[in-house]
Structure formats: structure tokens, C-alpha cells
Design a protein around this ligand. Structure first.
Ligand code: KG4
Ligand code: ZN
Length: 329
């Protein structure tokens, strides 16, 4: 089974080949054009996808030494994401599928973040997953492939969004998540006690209060003080976000009595989160899966493996496949 995966939901144009249980290539073209605007500009993203997609797919095929005729299916990110961006990937996938008479497989981007764990870990069920990306923060219970129950989600901002928005307040470049992570490493996480909303109860999240609290806190301070203590402030913010995420994942794992759990999505690249969750999993004696760093943030390898899993379960689509901007629940 040889599957081409295509990802174009936000600002990365990516293509990957998954064949016989392995990722053979994983090409990512990141769009630098958005940096100057401090966030993703949808129209520019679609144009950049359109310009790059053929080249990116060609590179993925070449690197994997696979020809288009070897493909058994084309898996493509169907949503959630930016409509114009998704349409580029979807149209390309449909064109290829039609011309080569191979099936197209629509892949949910959020599911794919989760199943990225099975590139390097054994496929096991049931498990609880914490998916933390730029647009989503959700806890799910997965009983078997593609059967998920949502346990909790954010009521406002996503965890990645919190990192990015608070980073903007601190004048850090976009996306601020990885920058805050790096700065936090030699800062004092107990420098300032930021709020940990909804930590004591339930499995939902809320991060907008933290953003407001960071805004008020910094407004009171001299720029020179912020500059001097930037590492400490970033560490304290990271500490608050990762505390909440770790406690909720632990609660979900205990409530569902699972033997396996996982982290997924861009924020799972965060070093403080990885360390806290690893410690918690050791304490509970639960098997923890975290994707390798290059499979945490947006990539097409996760689309390709999820496509291969869907093909295995006979979950194919046809050329009526449509993109969707938001998750249903
Ligand atoms: O999963 P992803 O690549 O794209 C979405 O589907 O949204 O996640 C991107 C998010 C951004 O908000 C980015 O700041 C955050 O993941 N992120 C991080 C780190 N690496 C990426 N946040 C904290 N620490 C990191 N090391
Ligand atoms: Zn993503």
C-alpha cells in the first residue's frame, strides 16, 4: 500500500509518501510571507499553496523513489483549516486521483495529528489523546480506529493560540510558541503566578483569561524590566499553560482507566509540556506516546499514515469530497 499525503490547511504546503508501514519522504514548504504580518494571511496562504504544491508533491515522490503509477491512493487534509488553502490541496488531490484512476481519501487534520503517533509507536487502543495545536485544544477517548469520543475542549483560545497571542504582547515573532519555549528554558517558572483557569474540575479548557492577565501584568511594567526578565516571564506563562494541560490529561486518563495516552499537535513539541507529561505518565505507569518533533507541527506524513489507516478500514472518498473550515463538535 503506497499512499501520497497532502497537507495545505494553513501555512505549510506539505507532501509525504507512506508505503508498507514506513514514511519514505516528508517534504514541508513553510510560507515565510506571513511573518511580516504577525499571523497567517489567508489570501496569501492560498496563493503560496497554489504556487508550491506541484513542486512539493514532485519532491516527495522523487525522494521516496516512487512514481505516480505506484500510488494506491491520495490522502488529503480535508479540514479544519482555511477554506482557500484546503481547496488548493483538495483540488490537486482530486485532479491526480481522477487522471490516474486512484481513490482519494479525505483526512481530518486533527485526527491526523493524533495518528502521527503511529508512525513510530505501535498502534494500540483504547487511548486518551490530548491534541494541542494552534487552533484546537481537545481531549479525546479513542476506542478503535476512527471512533472517538470528545472528553473536553477549549471554551475560547487554543493552547497554541495562547502562546502566540501572549508572545505578541511580549513582542515576539510569529509563531511565538517555539520562541517562548526556547526563552523559557533558562527562565524561572515561579517568577510570577499566572492563573490556571478551570484546573480543579472537569476536562474543558480556557486560556483567554491567561492572555488578559498577561496583558494587564505587562502593562504595569517598565519595558526594561520586561526585557531583563523576559525568560522568567515566558517560563511563568509556559508553566501555567503546561500545568493545566498536564492535569487535565492525567484526569482524563484516570477517569477512563486507560493503559495508553498520547500528546499530539504543534504544542506537543513544547519541552516543558513533554517533561511534565512524561513525569506524570511514569507516576501513573501509563504508556505515553509523543510524536517525534518533526511530526508534531503541521506535516503531510501524518496525513499519509492516516490515509493508509483509512484505506485499511475501507474508508475511501470520491470526487465529491468537500473541505470544511471547522470541527463539527
Ligand atoms: O499543529 P500546528 O502545527 O498547526 C495547527 O494545526 O494549528 O500547531 C501550531 C501551533 C502554533 O500555535 C505554535 O506556536 C505552536 O503550535 N507551537 C508551540 C511549539 N511549537 C509549535 N508551542 C509551544 N512550544 C513549542 N515548542
Ligand atoms: Zn495542525
Amino acid at each position: 500500500m503506497t499512499i501520497l499525503g497532502i497537507e495545505s490547511s494553513c501555512d505549510e504546503t506539505a507532501a509525504a509518501i507512506f508505503a508498507d508501514g514506513k514514511i519514505l519522504s516528508n517534504i514541508i514548504a513553510s510560507q515565510a510571507v506571513h511573518e511580516q504580518f504577525g499571523g497567517v494571511v489567508p489570501e496569501l496562504a492560498s496563493r503560496a499553496h497554489h504556487k508550491t504544491i506541484s513542486k512539493t508533491v514532485a519532491q516527495a515522490l522523487k525522494k521516496a523513489s516512487v512514481s505516480v503509477d505506484d500510488l494506491d491512493g491520495v490522502a488529503v487534509s480535508q479540514g479544519p483549516g482555511l477554506m482557500g488553502s484546503l481547496l488548493v490541496g483538495l483540488s490537486f488531490a482530486k485532479g491526480l486521483a481522477l487522471s490516474r484512476k486512484i481513490p482519494v481519501i479525505g483526512v481530518n487534520h486533527i485526527d491526523a495529528h493524533m495518528y502521527a503517533n503511529f508512525i513510530e509507536h505501535d498502534e494500540v487502543y483504547p487511548f486518551v489523546a490530548l491534541i494541542v495545536s494552534g487552533g484546537h485544544t481537545r481531549l479525546v477517548y479513542v476506542e478503535e480506529p476512527f471512533r472517538h469520543k470528545v472528553l473536553g475542549k477549549t471554551r475560547d483560545d487554543a493552547a497554541g493560540e495562547a502562546f502566540d497571542k501572549i508572545g505578541k504582547i511580549l513582542d515576539l515573532p510569529y509563531p511565538a510558541g517555539p520562541v517562548m519555549d526556547k526563552l523559557s528554558r533558562d527562565g524561572d517558572p515561579k517568577f510570577h503566578a499566572f492563573p490556571r483557569a478551570m484546573i480543579n474540575k472537569g476536562l474543558d479548557f480556557s486560556f483567554s483569561g491567561l492572555k488578559t492577565s498577561a496583558l494587564y501584568y505587562t502593562q504595569e511594567l517598565e519595558p526594561s524590566f520586561i526585557k531583563k526578565h523576559l525568560h522568567d516571564i515566558c517560563a511563568s506563562i509556559s508553566d501555567a499553560i503546561t500545568d493545566v494541560l498536564t492535569v487535565k490529561l492525567e484526569r482524563a486518563a484516570k477517569q477512563n482507566k486507560v493503559k495508553h495516552m498520547m500528546l499530539a499537535g504543534g504544542v506537543s513539541a513544547n519541552s516543558m509540556l513533554r517533561a511534565k507529561v512524561e513525569k506524570m505518565a511514569r507516576k501513573l505507569g501509563i504508556n505515553l506516546m509523543i510524536p517525534a518533533m518533526h511530526y508534531c507541527t503541521d506535516n503531510a506524513a501524518m496525513i499519509a499514515i492516516t490515509g493508509a489507516m483509512k484505506a485499511r478500514e475501507n474508508l475511501y472518498d470520491d470526487l465529491n469530497l468537500k473541505p470544511f473550515a471547522r470541527m463539527e463538535d
